[in-house]
Design a protein around this ligand. Structure first.
Ligand code: PGA
Length: 313
């Protein structure tokens, strides 16, 4: 079979996206160039691999088989590239990292320090919520992930490298900010909360915490990002529950206030995670080591002095 690696790579991208447009964008090729390579591959195989129905692209039975082989070949090539990278040591190297949206408030700073030491290492950084990270791990799309505690039913290596306290925030003129004693948890029941989207780790920790303490939230507004929640809280739409890592600027500028509520902060942790058995590039191994050894000392969090409530998730 006279098949080229270039054809396999192009086919893999088209089959993964089920779209010629998305594949050509990803590969920085024109659509006719992609179509031409696929046609030549189909000729070499002697069977149609893709079935174009109107705007939709489907894999034929032979296409499904070819996709499996194309993935296996590209995975092996990547593995070979990593072995050579290891042989070259840390002179050059690449790592792909995916971080929780909340972790993106500190990850660029850690990367900046890391790159001062290893200026020739390159990174691709993906930012998504917890659910997106679990998918990236399941599909082996990334070397390392920075996230809250991963579920135990996935075969992963996860190491805790830093605390992640979650706190309740309010507009600075909110009556609860004037309370001298600790605010009883039950006092939150009548408040409107601005909450993260489903799939967010912060959101599930919040739901777990409220359920554990038998409190139901009567009124919530879902906002997709920590930024939207902070803006909403500042504007007086309600209270928010966010990681302290997201609040550095707002607290320094006194745009929002942390409420001193019983059972808070909820203590989550940051983990550096990868698939068990994953062959990490030298760069990824060095970054993991750096996170475990140094992240805690490089990043300082605003103080919250109260006892901590451990999150079970
Ligand atoms: P999130 O993740 O940005 O998806 O909320 C953070 C976490 O898991 O605590």
């Amino acid at each position: 079979m006279n098949v080229t690696l270039r054809q396999l790579r192009i086919f893999e991208a088209v089959a993964r996206h089920l779209s010629f447009t998305r594949a050509s964008e990803e590969l920085h090729l024109t659509q006719p160039a992609v179509s031409m390579q696929i046609k030549q591959l189909e000729q070499a195989v002697g069977l149609p691999l893709l079935d174009q129905q109107g705007k939709k692209t489907y894999l034929t039975e032979a296409g499904e088989e070819m996709y499996r082989y194309a993935c296996a070949v590209t995975d092996k090539l990547e593995e070979a590239a990593q072995v050579f990278e290891e042989l070259k040591g840390m002179r050059r190297g690449h790592m792909s990292i995916a971080v929780a949206s909340t972790a993106n408030y500190f990850a660029p700073r850690l990367l900046a320090t890391f790159f001062q030491r290893y200026p020739d290492v390159t990174v691709s950084l993906d930012v998504t919520n917890r659910e997106g990270l679990l998918r990236a791990l399941a599909e082996n799309e990334t070397d390392l992930v920075i996230m809250g505690k991963p579920p135990e039913d996935m075969d992963l290596v996860a190491e805790n490298f830093m605390d992640n306290p979650l706190v309740v925030i309010a507009p600075t003129n909110h009556p609860l900010t004037r309370k001298r004693s600790r605010i009883p948890f039950a006092a939150l029941a009548s408040e409107t909360f601005l909450i993260r989207e489903r799939g967010s780790g912060t959101r599930s920790a919040m739901e777990r915490h409220f359920a554990q303490h038998g409190l139901e939230l009567s009124s919530t507004m879902e906002m997709g990002t920590s930024e939207a929640i902070k803006q909403g809280v500042e504007a007086g739409l309600g209270l928010g529950l966010l990681s302290l890592h997201t609040l550095e600027m707002e607290l320094a500028l006194k745009r929002v206030a942390i409420l001193d509520v019983e059972t808070f902060p909820i203590m989550r942790h940051w983990y550096v995670v990868h698939r068990r058995g994953k062959r990490l590039s030298t760069a990824a191994q060095a970054f993991k080591h750096f996170l475990l050894k140094e992240a805690r000392n490089l990043l300082s969090l605003p103080e919250v002095s109260r006892p901590r409530h451990k999150d079970a998730g």
